[in-house]
Design a protein around this ligand. Structure first.
Ligand code: MN
Length: 288
């Protein structure tokens, strides 16, 4: 039997804030207490929020990104995306959009027209994943992953994982990544429990989006709670007291300097200045 992972600590929920007028989020990452979760840079959770019908879709207008990837996971509601690479699509409940900003993308992220007109419950995650220096200026890319492409792995009783990226028990997720990582969307019933293994040596975290669980004995309850895990050991035991939504992240650390400012994540301050200059000069293109 492999060793259990130690829970290094639990970070409680932060105060919510709005991203644009469409995303009421709590930031789970970056974490001052647990800064070493490379390659994972940022995680915003928009917990269930009921939007009234609106003729004008809410969201975030045109803005740039460079040097990393944005991963949008929809739990409820739909987001329309358009970008400077000419890509456009709708991320519906259960779908994942894995966008490689690379050398530069300008995009907008809005509630879909249909969702805005009808209104309803909205719940979403956006995760930012860093790129190694050699890939930061790679060609922008876009993976539209629909719900049906994401395989499920039973973890035990009343618990299963949707494998978005990486691999569990020989089942591979559809997302192509630049560095080795696992992103699992775990759904648990009240009283459910499950076990899984993560690779030793990965930075790893369990994020309780909502519900009440224990992770190797450590208790998490409420919304947007982060349990940081030791890179040592492999085994993880999850037990749910309430119906729970959990995101499991593990990844090989990128041991390079991080210079980050707003929508750009590079390795040096000079590269950040260059990103602003390129954006302002129109060198990242335009939303089609
Ligand atoms: Mn964005």
């Amino acid at each position: 039997m492999s060793e259990r992972k130690e829970v290094l600590g639990v970070q409680g929920a932060k105060t919510p804030h709005w991203v644009g007028d469409g995303f009421p989020v709590r930031s789970v990452l970056p974490s001052q207490r647990f800064p070493n979760l490379s390659p994972f840079l940022m995680l915003d959770y928009a917990s269930p929020y009921k939007f009234e019908p609106s003729k004008r879709p809410r969201g975030v207008g045109e803005h740039p990104h460079r040097g990393f990837e944005t991963v949008t996971i929809s739990y409820q509601g739909s987001v329309d995306h358009r970008d400077s690479g000419g890509n456009a699509g709708t991320i519906n409940a259960g779908d994942v959009q894995w966008m490689t900003a690379g050398s530069g993308v300008i995009h907008e992220e809005m509630h879909s027209k249909e969702f805005a007109e009808k209104g309803g419950d909205f719940e979403m995650v956006q995760l930012w994943v860093n790129l190694p220096a050699k890939d930061k200026m790679s060609k922008p890319g876009y993976q539209a992953i629909v719900s049906e492409q994401i395989p499920r792995v039973e973890l035990g009783t009343g618990a299963y994982a949707r494998i978005i990226a990486g691999e569990l028990n020989g089942v591979k997720g559809p997302a192509a990544t630049f560095t080795p990582m696992n992103v699992f969307d775990v759904r648990m019933e009240a009283g459910g429990s499950g076990e899984l293994s993560l690779p030793a040596g990965h930075n790893a975290a369990v994020v309780l989006l909502r519900g009440e669980v224990t992770v190797n004995g450590a208790a998490l309850a409420g919304e947007a709670q982060l349990a940081a895990l030791s890179p040592l050991g492999e085994r993880l035991l999850l037990e749910a007291k309430e119906p729970s939504l959990v995101l499991i992240l593990s990844g090989e650390p990128i041991n390079e300097p991080v210079a980050s400012y707003g929508p750009f994540v590079m390795n040096t301050e000079e590269e950040i200045r260059q990103a602003f200059a390129d954006y302002q000069a129109g060198r990242m293109g335009r939303v089609a």
